[in-house]
Write a protein that binds this ligand. Structure first.
Ligand code: GLN
Length: 486
């Protein structure tokens, strides 16, 4: 059961082979056994989870229940929940419990899912290694001396180590796809605006997007069916008719045009990553897909553009944490201004403070045009590159991350090295495009490699279909870490 996909769990629950209470207990026990070492969860409350599981079992007995009835789901601790505190990985929100549920949480509740716990993450989703969390780093189950990637590292590890069947994440510059790649699971960042940001703690609002993490593309499709939907409380939520994201899973690959941007295969990419990605693309070619060279000439500017725009938006979004309304407040201070200063100095970690300083600087009078405005213009050029590329191809493929998992502490003293991890994931959110990462092999050290599949706006079903075909013929996504045997 711990290793099962969603459809198997749905079938087992429907056939009464297992109850939701039993299933939830199984995962809670596994969390109890492994999480002391892996630290993938910030908050788990057996009472809350089992009460929801009991309610799901009772609903089923009455003949009711949604598509995920009785299935435990772990949520990144960036989604506000009434039932459990929402810390966002920060001391600022260590004791914060939201008075309302995020839209995504409501959607899962409506689908009948059970809240399994809140997963660890980089503080305010700022990071690529899960080392900026106030609650300590998350460890990679493939080798616990290595990072799992970030910022949705807790969700990635929960799925990789089979502590949760599926999980949610959020992606601003790669936080779903990069940890998925580094832990050998699947993760999808949807088109901007498909998943409501209501109740998702804001980092960089023009980039933030929630999405699913799971063991297979087929599971991601089922989760997308639950998560996507218009929500009037988010002004950027798209009013689109409901889609079935599982509808293209069986679509043949013959004739599919796969764009290969040379910018994604340059120096900087580890040989083990390059080999696995190349082998996956060869597989698609054998199945009748055609590769076409495409160019993303402004992709090289994506990281600097992102590190102007994301901090600018973050500095504004995080101004609400002032010790007055909610969250941490310094115990001692002299006057109001001193209270703000001490509260924010105590409540935010170093990386968050760095982003606020950079963001405030690039927005300041005299620098706004040189940095912020310039970055907005280059952002548009990056989006145009993609639009031109998608006239030549249906999907773009390349590595999710230039390297596999690295040791804890290896990049914490060098923010630029850390930022470069996201060189291949940052372009898609800058253009509002969807991106998917699926496992496509292992490097010489036995560490998972991720294949990134990008598509035009709203191409999620096609991307998931291409991934599913690959997963029917390969078993990379079924391999579980040796350090956490079932
Ligand atoms: N690693 C990137 C950052 O630190 C992306 C994080 C994210 O996608 N939330 O900003």
């Amino acid at each position: 059961m711990l290793d099962s996909g969603l459809s198997e769990l749905q079938a087992a629950l429907a056939a009464k082979k297992i109850s939701s209470v039993e299933l939830t207990r199984l995962f809670l026990e596994r969390i109890g056994r492994l999480d002391g070492r892996l630290n993938a969860f910030i908050t788990v409350d057996e009472g809350v989870s089992l009460a929801q599981a009991r309610a799901a079992d009772e609903a089923r007995a009455r003949g009711e229940g949604g598509p995920l009835a009785g299935i435990p789901v772990a949520h990144k601790d960036i989604y506000c929940t009434r039932a459990l505190r929402t810390t966002c990985g920060s001391r600022m929100l260590e004791n914060y419990t939201s008075p309302y549920d995020a839209h995504v949480i409501e959607q899962f509740e409506r689908a009948g899912a059970v809240l399994l716990g809140k997963t660890n993450m980089d503080e305010f989703a700022m990071g690529s290694s899960n080392e900026t969390s106030h609650f300590g780093p998350v460890r990679n189950p493939w080798n616990s001396g290595l990072v799992p990637g970030g910022s949705s590292g807790g969700s990635a590890v929960a799925v990789a180590a089979r502590m949760a069947p599926v999980a949610t994440g959020t992606d601003t510059g790669g936080s779903i796809r990069q940890p998925a790649a580094l832990t050998g699971v699947c993760g999808l960042k949807p088109t901007y605006g498909l998943v409501s940001r209501y109740g998702m703690v804001a980092f960089a609002s023009s980039l933030d997007q929630g999405g699913p993490m799971a063991k297979s593309a087929a599971d991601l499709a089922l989760l997308m069916n639950v998560m996507v939907g218009h929500d009037a409380r988010d002004s950027t939520s798209l009013p689109r008719p409901k889609e079935d994201y599982a509808r293209a899973l069986e679509l043949p690959l013959a004739g599919l045009r796969i764009g290969l941007p040379k910018e994604y295969f340059g120096k900087g990419v580890e040989p083990g990553v390059r080999q696995c990605v190349r082998a996956a693309i060869d597989w698609y070619e054998r199945r009748g897909a055609r590769t076409v060279p495409v160019e993303l000439p402004h992709a090289a500017l994506a990281v600097p553009v992102y590190y102007v725009l994301a901090p600018a938006e973050a500095s504004s979004n995080l101004s609400r944490f002032d010790g007055v309304r909610y969250g941490h407040r310094a115990a001692q201070y002299e006057d109001l201004n001193d209270m703000y200063c001490r509260t924010r100095a105590e409540g935010f970690g170093a990386e968050v403070q760095r982003r606020i300083l950079v963001g405030t600087y690039v927005l300041s009078h005299g620098y706004y045009d040189a940095y912020y405005l310039k970055a907005q213009k280059v952002r548009r050029l990056i989006a145009r590159d993609f639009a031109a590329a998608f006239r030549l191809c249906d999907l773009i493929m390349g590595p999710t991350s230039p390297g596999t998992a690295f040791p804890l502490g290896a990049k914490t003293d060098d923010p630029v090295q850390m930022y470069l991890n996201d060189i291949f994931t940052i372009p898609a959110p800058l253009a509002g495009l969807p991106g998917l990462s699926i496992p496509c092999g292992f490097d010489a050290r036995g560490l998972p490699v991720g294949l990134q599949i990008m598509g035009d706006h709203f191409a999620e079903a096609r991307m998931l279909g291409a991934a599913h075909q690959y997963q029917r013929d390969t078993d990379w996504h079924r391999r579980a870490p040796k350090e956490t045997p079932l």
